[in-house]
Design a protein around this ligand. Structure first.
Ligand code: P6P
Length: 342
């Protein structure tokens, strides 16, 4: 008899590591797992579902065309967070403003969740892996009141937990509470996330770089020089590296977490702060990366040190193997920061 260790068993076993060990984290991760299973079901049958493919017909605050599954996933996670009682409010990529929950049970919740319900959703119709990304903070406002914007605008270093779900060839949930990174694979026959990747560590070096090279001529000199570095022939440092870009952040990040590599979405002249959102994409993945021994930077500063100013704030994002991110930062320092100081 193969004994799986389920997510719930694992979290209860590790509950004491969670700063506020009151069972709240167990409940929050339980809720995330429930919503993930619901989203997984629809994702896996998207071509067959009741008209679940394609555009929803609205544009979100990002100016991006919402996919039907975007809205479906957003509602699924909001529903479980609302009914769980541990969460007093949320911020989501798919909602213009943050959402304080108004029930008495929710107002007594001690945590907020910032999340991207379905990242990479433009890939849904072409059967490419997509993901959910989440970031959990302890509220700053008084328990019993409605959550406020200050609860949402917390820097990444103050996250109490973070993680992602990847809906791929298998469905996995990967999370950290600041005591390492652990990965759980959904076992469909029992409907449980089971420990499959204990204590995940990202290799210090890698041979994969992930960037939309269509942006290269609109990127800084430092980024261009780093990509040139990746493409040079140098046996001693195992270059050229391989370019791998799925166009789905969670899928690119997850591959690099396991194999080693760097993901770059830099500032461009079209997107001067980059494309990715600090609160519910960069901070949670930065927490995972650092806990797995990697780095996450804007190219100049640590992602998790940034004080957020607005809910959908974008930042340039360099994340992955420690030595690869450090090397990219060297090129930024050499070619961009020096010039900007002139
Ligand atoms: P581009 C998806 O919209 C996303 O947020 C990430 O998942 C992905 O890495 C990136 O944007 C793709 O953006 O501009 O290369 O198509």
């Amino acid at each position: 008899m193969i004994k799986y260790k389920t997510l719930t068993e694992f979290v209860i076993e590790r509950q004491t590591e969670f700063k506020y060990a009151t069972g709240d984290l167990t409940a929050i991760l339980r809720d995330i797992a429930i919503a993930a299973k619901v989203v997984n079901r629809e994702t896996n049958r998207a071509g067959l579902g009741e008209d679940i493919l394609g555009a929803h017909g609205n544009t979100n605050v990002q100016g991006e065309e919402q996919q039907k599954l975007d809205v479906y996933a957003d509602n699924a996670f909001i529903q479980v967070f609302k009914s769980g009682g541990e969460i007093c409010g949320i911020g989501s990529e798919e909602n213009d403003d943050y959402m304080p929950f108004t029930s008495e049970i929710s107002k007594s919740g001690k945590y907020v969740v910032l999340f991207d319900p379905l990242d990479g959703s433009s890939n849904i119709d072409v059967n490419v892996s997509i993901g959910t990304i989440f970031s959990i903070y302890r509220r700053k406002s008084e328990t019993g009141t409605q959550a406020n914007l200050e609860d949402m605008l917390q820097k990444g270093a103050d996250q109490v937990a973070a993680g992602y779900v990847i809906y791929g060839s298998s469905t996995m949930l990967v999370y950290t509470t600041g005591h390492g990174v652990n990965g759980f694979t959904l076992e469909p026959s029992i409907g449980e996330f089971c420990l499959s990747h204990p204590d995940m560590q990202i290799p210090e070096n890698g041979k994969i770089y992930s960037m939309n090279e269509g942006n290269i001529k609109r990127s800084s000199k430092g980024v261009q020089e780093y990509i040139n570095y990746c493409q040079e022939i140098d046996k001693a440092t195992k270059r050229p590296y391989s370019g791998r870009y799925i166009g789905s952040l969670v899928a690119d990040f997850h591959r690099n977490l396991i194999k080693g590599g760097i993901y770059i979405y830099p500032a461009t002249d079209a997107a001067p702060n980059g494309k990715l959102r600090l609160l519910y994409e960069c901070n949670p993945l930065a927490f995972i990366a650092e806990q797995a021994g990697g780095l996450a930077s804007t190219g100049e500063k640590r992602i998790m040190d940034i004080d957020p100013k607005e809910l959908h704030q974008r930042v340039p994002f360099f994340v992955g193997s420690k030595n690869m991110v450090a090397k990219a930062m060297e090129f930024i320092q050499q070619h961009d920061l020096v010039n900007s100081n002139n």
